[in-house]
Design a protein around this ligand. Structure first.
Ligand SMILES: C[S@@+](CC[C@H](N)C(=O)[O-])C[C@H]1O[C@@H](n2cnc3c(N)ncnc32)[C@H](O)[C@@H]1O
Length: 262
């Protein structure tokens, strides 16, 4: 079953995550497609962290909070225009139920984030600060839009922060929410070796260095000789230069400092 041992049960909540001692990041997702989130609990680093109890996931389906026969969650936009807009009330009830559930689970505060192309671009610094907040018992509620978006009155009333994962449009907020969760989970205590997360792109405002592994010669292309030298100082210097060259070429904006501070 997607993202939960209980599905469409009490108040439409689906939950997966074993009870844990101590700090565990609690994430509640408001989504019309809770099944999509099973990817996070089924694969890789996020799966292992989930199984270890480092984070817990609950999904809330707005359709479970509707009262009409067709379980309607969207309607046409006032003022005209194409497409449909997600109605405020089912989303509001999802967030209220998620907050209540987070409080019962020991969260001291809830941060409600809507995934939106018109939100603030997600940066490494915000990912890390979300992990710090999670360790301080701040629960996350991620609201995934669909169609043309969400009734603004819901956003004005319930949403603390709108986050974009890039300057492009996706069909829904689910993949954006999954990207955010995956990125934050990597920074939860015990999930990754500290050395790994401190040697990746964006640390120190630079992109990562080129990586090589065996064989030493692949299709006529050798590994850079310095990496085989065993000379640690020279290797470190080479890597610094490579990171700088790559960043200048691909992401000069990182070097201006505009991005690092956010
Ligand atoms: C088709 S989009 C709506 C796009 C909206 N009409 C606009 O022009 O910004 C449907 C939903 O996908 C999500 N979405 C799309 N692109 C996104 C992005 N770059 N970052 C975060 N969420 C995004 C949002 O939740 C949005 O409500």
């Amino acid at each position: 079953m997607a993202c939960g041992q209980r599905r469409g049960g009490k108040d439409g909540e689906t939950v997966r995550g074993r009870a844990v001692q101590g700090a565990s990041m609690r994430v509640d997702v408001v989504t019309l497609f809770p099944e999509m989130f099973s990817v996070l609990t089924a694969f890789g680093v996020s799966r292992r962290a989930h199984e270890s109890g480092a984070w817990q996931l609950a999904c809330w389906d707005p359709r479970s909070f509707t009262t009409d026969l067709h379980r309607t969650v969207d309607d046409r936009p006032f003022g005209g225009g194409p497409g449909m807009v997600l109605m405020a009330e089912p989303l509001a009830q999802c967030v209220e139920a998620a907050r209540k559930s987070q409080r019962a689970a020991g969260c001291e505060r809830t941060q409600v984030i809507a995934l939106s192309a018109s939100g603030v671009p997600l940066r490494d610094a915000r990912v890390r600060s979300l992990a710090v907040e999670a360790a301080a018992r701040v629960g996350l509620v991620l609201v995934c839009g669909r169609y043309e978006g969400i009734d603004q009155r819901f956003v004005d009333t319930f949403v603390d922060e709108e986050i974009s994962v890039g300057d492009f449009i996706m069909s829904g907020g689910e993949i954006a929410a999954m990207a955010l969760i995956d990125a934050v989970v990597r920074h939860l205590p015990g999930t990754m070796k500290q050395e790994s997360v401190e040697n990746e792109s964006f640390v120190g405002g630079l992109l990562d260095v080129p990586q090589y592994t065996r064989p030493e010669l692949w299709r006529g292309q050798p590994v850079p000789a310095v990496l085989l030298s065993g000379h640690h100082a020279r290797i470190a210097r080479w890597r610094e230069e490579q990171a700088m060259v790559r960043t200048q070429r691909v992401r000069p904006d990182l070097l201006s400092g505009d991005v690092r501070s956010k």
